[in-house]
Design a protein around this ligand. Structure first.
Ligand code: AOF
Ligand code: ZN
Length: 363
């Protein structure tokens, strides 16, 4: 159904979409290539929410050559008025004759309606070209639209024997610099980075993207059930990007932290702890597509136990720390091997001296 040229143009559109990897959220990454008479006459990608969509950039470049053209776009063109007007309208006005799309837009305001509107206007439609790649690029957006929660990645750096810190808490550094730099790429593409109060106390992290130039820093989130984040914590400097999720209702504690500029979200109490499922719903409401967890064994374990982790990014350093060092995940005892958590490896490679292994939970 699709020709070799179709694949080539859609691959081009996907590469364009990828340019928005660090900038488009909460919107999806979308690329567009317009072809007329066998020539590419316009290209575009969505850069930032509130700014024109991929198709609009490409149509502007194509000008009059959009008339009678074929449009390759990695997501179904939108049919709704969001921060910007519907792309479908612009495509019809420009007189394109065919639209080839990778995947449907899972946004309930669109979800097939863009396609329908184009068809009604007499424009030929083909859908499903390189759909898997397009979905992978927008895994967070797709998860948020379909399931009202973010795509959750947990990053764990450990020794070969699965230890993340010495008994005395020392963990800087187990993996080497190239692996730590690689970690910043995952931070940069995430809408938010989440940690727990124990890690704040132990490591005083900044949770910012460094080594890579980015135009926006991800939101920083602390799960702090009892509001114990120290006022001098690095996360509370430039605290307007810091959100603290808590089950603590003391007005005094809330105000003290709010005065730093941080945002406090009080969630229902679940045995004295933040209800993590409720937190994910709230994060989806806040437009978080991809969430990166950089936390200790207790919070990581609680998230895994609650079924809230989709993917783990392991960095394994070729070293051994022994049984007295800290293990990576605090999980309730598993009595029978049939109850073990099964994961599927999606990527494995060497980064510097270390190994990076990405594995997904089988659901
Ligand atoms: C497209 N092309 O390049 C993108 C689309 O608030 P707005 O107007 O920016 O609309 C955001 C929604 O538009 C977003 O949730 C998704 O459904 C769609 N994104 N659609 O036709 C694009 N980025
Ligand atoms: Zn659009």
């Amino acid at each position: 159904m699709f020709t070799a040229l179709d694949y080539e143009y859609m691959s081009h559109a996907l590469r364009l979409a990828e340019r928005g990897l660090f900038t488009t959220s909460p919107n999806p990454r979308v690329g567009c290539v317009i072809v007329n008479g066998g020539k590419v006459v316009g290209t575009g990608w969505h850069e930032r929410a509130g700014e024109p969509h991929a198709e609009i950039h490409a149509l502007r470049k194509a000008g009059d050559l959009a008339k009678g053209a074929t449009v390759y776009v990695t997501l179904e063109p939108c049919s709704h008025h969001g921060r910007t007007p519907p792309c479908v309208e612009a495509l019809i006005q420009a007189g394109v004759c065919k639209v080839v799309m990778a995947m449907n837009d899972p946004n309930p305001h669109v979800n097939g309606q863009g396609k329908e509107w184009l068809q009604k206007a007499g424009i030929a439609i083909q859908a499903g070209l390189l759909a898997d790649q397009a979905e992978r690029l927008n895994i967070g957006f797709v998860t948020r639209m379909r399931h009202d929660r973010p795509w959750v990645r947990t990053k764990i750096a450990a020794s070969f024997d699965g230890r993340t810190a010495l008994k005395n808490g020392k963990s800087q550094w187990i993996t080497s610099e190239p692996a730590r730099r690689d970690g910043h790429k995952w931070r940069a593409r995430s809408c938010a980075i989440l940690t727990g109060i124990s890690s704040v106390r132990k490591d005083d992290p900044q949770l910012t993207v460094r080594y890579i130039t980015v135009s926006r820093q991800p939101m920083r989130i602390v799960v702090d059930s009892n509001l114990e984040t120290p006022l001098q914590a690095k996360l509370l400097q430039n605290a307007d990007t810091t959100w603290i999720f808590t089950a603590q209702t003391s007005k005094e504690k809330i105000h003290r932290l709010e005065d730093t500029g941080a945002h406090i979200v009080v969630l229902p109490d679940l045995a004295g702890k933040v209800d993590l499922k409720a937190m994910m719903v709230k994060l989806a409401e806040l437009g978080i597509n991809e969430l990166l967890v950089e936390a200790g064994p207790v919070l990581n374990g609680a998230l895994v136990t609650a079924g809230l982790v989709d993917e783990i990014i392991f960095y394994f350093a070729p070293s051994l720390l022994g049984n007295s060092a800290q293990a990576m995940l605090a999980l309730p005892e598993i009595g029978d091997l049939s109850e073990k958590y099964d994961l599927q490896i999606s990527d494995i490679r060497k980064i510097g001296m270390d190994v990076r292994l990405i594995a997904r939970f089988m659901k």
